[in-house]
Design a protein around this ligand. Structure first.
Ligand code: NAD
Length: 269
């Protein structure tokens, strides 16, 4: 129950009804006897600056998770960004300090990697393919580089976008083989779909069938799409014998990182 004493965290986006974080956070707060609650905020873009200004003075609000479509626009309105949020120019969580300063981070990639590690994938020295170089793909790619992959290939229908991301990552991680070219999936230890392809039962695949046939059964195959839980891409991989990682697993894995940044939860929650 929300009382006068209850401290708040928020999740902001638009639309917001589809997000799962309020259920996950509020269940954790209740189970752990915390006088904390998460509220969902559907904010119009023209009022974002006023919202940010209100956050600075909102004394019983500890922080805010940021979702689509505001991850990039809000990155430019905070007082400080973590190195990875600055590199990605995107935030998915904000901490409000007692003096009203707002600090942004992006833990999408860390959540992805935490889930992957739970499936036995250790990035160090591995080869990975990330399909999709948008907000989430970039965050995953960045975390894989931080985790020490040997080779990273980034693919996107929007080829210039994928090339730009590869160039930026090459500058930040000059010792990693980062590019956009591949002819087969055979050598990849991890293949991740970071596009919305496969969402809501469309049945679409993020890669052509001829490439999918080259997937190694030893690979971890991951999807960021949360609905359906097992996308057609994951189903294909499962039938082939691959380990699979779902979008909800990534979302659940990063709850502790989001909560820790806001100061309301331990990292491993
Ligand atoms: P975005 O629009 O920023 O990027 C998507 C990218 O995918 C674009 O660059 C687009 O060109 C590319 N793309 C689309 N179809 C493609 C195809 N067939 N082949 C190659 N590239 C293709 O979107 P985003 O913010 O990165 O979000 C991507 C997905 O991640 C969404 O479905 C979102 O719901 C999901 N998501 C999941 C989690 C989670 O925790 N599981 C967290 C955040 C977002």
């Amino acid at each position: 129950m929300i009382r006068g004493s209850t401290e708040l965290v928020a999740i902001i986006g638009s639309p917001i009804a589809q997000v799962k974080s309020p259920e996950n956070f509020n269940a954790w707060f209740t189970e752990n006897g915390q006088d904390l609650a998460m509220i969902a905020v559907d904010m119009a873009e023209q009022n974002l600056a006023a919202f940010i200004q209100s956050l600075r003075g909102w004394k019983n609000l500890r922080g805010c998770v940021v979702t689509v479509p505001y991850k990039q626009v809000l990155a430019g309105q905070l007082d400080q960004l973590s190195p990875r949020a600055a590199a990605l120019d995107s935030v998915n969580v904000i901490r409000r300090e007692a003096n009203g300063r707002l600090l942004g981070d992006n833990v999408d990639g860390e959540g992805f990697l935490k889930a992957a590690r739970a499936h036995g994938f250790q990035p160090d020295g591995r080869r990975a393919l990330v399909v999709g170089s948008g907000g989430v793909g970039a965050a995953i790619a960045y975390s894989l580089c931080e985790g020490g992959v040997r080779q990273l290939v980034i693919a996107d229908l929007d080829q210039p976008r994928a090339e730009l991301l590869a160039e930026r990552l090459c500058q930040a991680f000059p010792r990693i083989d980062i590019g956009n070219q591949y002819e087969s999936l055979e050598a990849f230890d991890l293949v991740a779909n970071a596009t919305p392809v496969g969402m809501d039962g469309t049945g679409e695949m993020p890669l052509p069938g001829v490439l999918l046939e080259t997937l190694s059964p030893a690979a971890l195959v991951a999807d960021v799409v949360t609905s359906p839980v097992v996308t057609p891409f994951l189903e294909f991989a499962r039938v082939l014998g691959c380990r699979i990682q779902t979008g909800p697993e990534m979302a659940r894995a990063q709850m502790g990182n989001l909560g820790a940044h806001m100061g309301v939860m331990p990292q491993d929650a």
